[in-house]
Design a protein around this ligand. Structure first.
Ligand SMILES: *Cc1c(COP(=O)(O)O)cnc(C)c1O
Length: 229
């Protein structure tokens, strides 16, 4: 199957999962994760209708975005952001999904302000406190949320997590549910108003379960672009 065919297949699977969970397919965005793949792959997915792309490295994202001619793409940073790469990231990406400390949030806001940029951000949570993974703890989330609620150049768009890997996607469900509950608490606290507060969770292997638990953004690489080399 071509990338275009695989992308359309994923769109159908995402829609089917949303409908099965009594949700509107329009409420679930596919972030096509193009990391390690060439710009030509992005163009193929673009021609099939993909508009949101995810990269996990700042430099790679900057280069790829420069090669793909399109004003329609929304680029999401989904990998760890080092503080010396913030300016580059702020200029190249539309959404940063990986805010994981108060310091980083403050720095991104300051630099976005300096560059006259306005970005949406997600706070990344490390739900299982895995030492191998980045992400804020629940207590850090509250501090970061308070700051983001009043940040001048950032919109606090939602929460993101990369749960531990399990062969059986059902085993990931408690982590997806936990992220949704944290989002619901932030709604109760008035940090997210109305039905705002997106949830970026679910990858190729487990996105139907994530959608069932309320995912608004599923980050899908392998199912669209094939195995990474
Ligand atoms: C690579 C990556 C994905 C995509 O994973 P697949 O299993 O290929 O769909 C999703 N999220 C993050 C943060 C990633 O780094």
């Amino acid at each position: 199957m071509s990338i275009a065919e695989r992308y359309k297949d994923v769109v159908n699977q995402v829609s089917a999962a949303a409908v099965a969970s009594n949700r509107d397919p329009e409420d679930v965005s596919i972030v096509a994760v193009s990391k390690t793949h060439p710009a030509s792959y992005v163009e193929q997915a673009l021609s099939a209708g993909a508009r949101v792309f995810g990269e996990n490295k700042v430099q790679e994202g900057v280069e790829k975005a420069g090669l793909v001619e399109s004003d329609e793409i929304e680029w999401h940073l989904i990998g760890h952001l080092q503080k010396n790469k913030v300016r580059k990231a702020v200029l190249a990406f539309d959404v940063i999904q990986t805010i994981d400390s108060l310091k980083l949030a403050q720095r991104v806001d300051r630099i976005a302000d300096e560059e006259s940029r306005y970005l949406k951000v997600f706070v990344q949570l490390n739900l299982a406190a895995e030492t191998s993974k980045f992400g804020a703890s629940e207590s850090e989330l509250l501090k970061i949320s308070d700051f983001l609620a009043s940040a001048s150049s950032l919109e606090f768009a939602g929460l993101m997590a990369i749960p531990p890997f399990f062969k059986n996607p059902e085993d990931v469900r408690p982590y997806f549910r936990k992220l949704r509950e944290l989002r619901d608490e932030l709604r109760e606290d008035g940090i997210f108003s109305g039905d705002s507060g997106w949830l970026s969770m679910g990858m190729s292997q487990d996105f139907p379960v994530a959608i069932d638990e309320g995912a608004t953004h599923v980050r899908i690489g392998t199912a669209i672009f094939g195995q990474r080399g």
